[in-house]
Structures are given as structure tokens and as C-alpha cells.
Design a protein around this ligand. Sequence first.
Ligand code: FES
Ligand SMILES: [Fe+2]
Length: 398
Amino acid sequence: MAAHYRSGFGLPQEAIFDTARTDRLYTNRWFFAGTRGDVAAKRDWFRFRVLDEELFLLHGSDGVIRCFVNRCAHQSARLVHGDHGTTSARMVCPNHSWSYSITTGTLEAAAMMGPGFMDTEVAKCSQLTEVPCREVAGMVFATLGEESVLDDLDQVEAILAPYTDPFALDQGGYRLAHHHREVVPANWLMVMINNRECCHCQQNHKGLVELFDPSSFNGARSDSYDALVQRGVERWEAAGRAWSEDAFETHDAVRVARYPLREGWKSITFDGQAACTRLIGGWEDHDASTLSMWFNPNAWIHFTSDHIGTNWVLPIDSGSCVLYSSWIVRDDAIEGVDYDLDHLTEVWKVTNAEDVGLCKSMTDGARSRFYQPGPFGDDEQFCRQFCDWFMRSSNAPG
Ligand code: FES
Ligand SMILES: [Fe+2]
């Protein structure tokens, strides 16, 4: 039965905890699954989970990133374990050593099956299951469903191109400095709703708010903030950088904007110092800004002039999810020389940890028999957008 939903209010309880609805969403829509920086070199893989499905991105020897189900066609053992790694020239199952092509997923050897097996129809049908996967400006999107029924990533690519082209993440030249993932004891929708507003930031992210002018937070416009933005705009336009906000207007699954960091700040760091000495995105000097993108259903990404910080969430069940975070740097950046790993990673590690507690608490409250969807304020407009989009995108057909 369709849950009753009223736009401008939180989600109905039955929709929040309905994993079949969430499953439909991840079947009907593209979701963020990582970046080229997470599988920067050929043969690199990156494992993740969506509900009961375990998948992995694989950077093929032909340079294409594909997404496969983490299941051997023999006795269904997992092919990869751990968060990420590098495969040999073939993907070899650790159970009985069936081995697969890392470009096509076809079975290439199964010695224990005896002579002649590889010529059989059964062998030809025994391959890795690939799910639709597309790269947009170096960001990778996948879906559990059929590509043909999904909305248009070409449009997303066209919207993002003026902002992301200078970074050329899709051309390579980057590497994964660090990846962190955490099982969050909260419903994934609570993580997303929390992410879509900053009204909780002053109260809960004492470190993060130091990176921005106090007036940059919701509803707190000031002359000094307008002047900060204006100085940024002059700098960005002189450098030929797109900056204006496109907030879910031309495409309902993406919001993009460039925001000024606090005056003199060099990157997303607590002390305002550079996160990495190696610049990216064609910048000739550190710029006090972040090019930020928010994707429905599950990601928020920040490109600065010296690294890319990515955060995305994927559901496990109605009460838990995994929060994935990666830090991508130029491929010639050397740890301990060009960046300090703790310094590079601490803003999102600290900020995400602060949000985990809030999201767990929201999940616990939403389980109450007395639960009622609460109203969103004007500064929570992106929560309303997310909830509208989620309900529309996850309805059962008919
Ligand atoms: S389960 Fe993979 S080779 Fe047997
Ligand atoms: Fe937060």
C-alpha cells in the first residue's frame, strides 16, 4: 500500500523502514558508487554493498570501469574480500580458482572441471554478472535495474561539465590517498535527510563551521558574506571557473555549486592550511573554495584545489547503512611529503562521526509508535526536495 506522504514534511514511517521501497529505488535509479580515483589503476577493484547485494567496481585492462556482482558462477563464493585492492590479470575465485576476464567477466579457466568443460555451453554461460554502470566526469554511477528505464545521465554530464571539466577526473592522473567506511547504526534515509540541511551544523559541527564564514550558513546572510562571495566570483570568473548554483532545477538528482571557504583558507582542513601541496583542477594556487555536488539518492562530493573528498551512503537494511568516504589526490602526491594523511582526512572523519550520532537518534525516534512526520523549515528546502524525489522515485508501479 502506498504510504501517505505530504510534501514539506518528513517521510512516512512505513516508507522509512520499507526496504522493498528502498530496493525499488536502487533498481529504478542510478546511485553513486565511487569515482575513478577509487579504482585509479587498471585491475583495481572497490567492493561495496546495497541491501543484500554485494558488488565491486573493476577498472578493466581496457581502461573501462565496470560493476560486477561479487559472486562466483560456480558455487557463489565471494570473489573479492576487503574494501579495495588489485586483482591479477584475471579475477580468480579463492574457492576453486575459476578465473574470469577483467573486461568482459567471461569465464576463462576452470581447471578442476576437467578437459573439455571450457568448450561447453555451460561454461559459456558461467560468467560474472555485470550491472549497468556509467562514468560521469570521473564519478561512477550504477544501478541494480535495467539501464533503459533510468533517467538520463547525459543530462547530468552536460550540467556538470562546466564545473568538472578542469579537473578531468575521468582522464586519470589521480590516486586514492585514503578510503574509510563505517557501518552506521541508522536508517540510510536519515543520513541523507541530515546531509541535506545545515541547520544542525552550528550546534553539532563546531569544527566544520570554522571553515566557512559564519554568514554562509542557512538564513544568515550578511554584507560581509556577500562581499566574500563577490571576491570569489571575481577570482573564479578570471580563472574561467563555473560557480553559480544549480540546485536541482535542471535535473532533479543533482545539485552543484562553488562555495567560498573562509578568507585565506586553502582547503577543507580544520586549520585552513593546504591539504596537499600538489594542485589539481588546473589551479595555479590554492583557492579558498569548494566545488560541491550533491547527488540523489546518496552522495555529497567536494572538489577543492588540492584534493577531492567524496562521501556516499548505501543501505544495508532498515536500521543500518554504510558510509563510504574517499580522499583523492594527484597521482604524483606523496604521503608524508605533499600531504599528511590525518590532516587530509580529519574534517570528514570528524564531521561524519558527529552526524552518525544524530542519524542514529533520528532513526530511533522514527521508530516510535507516536511518530509523525515533522515539518521542514525554509532552510531545509533540500530535505523537502530529497523526500519528494525519494517518494516519487520509489513508488511501486501501477
Ligand atoms: S565457488 Fe568460485 S571457483 Fe568454486
Ligand atoms: Fe551534519
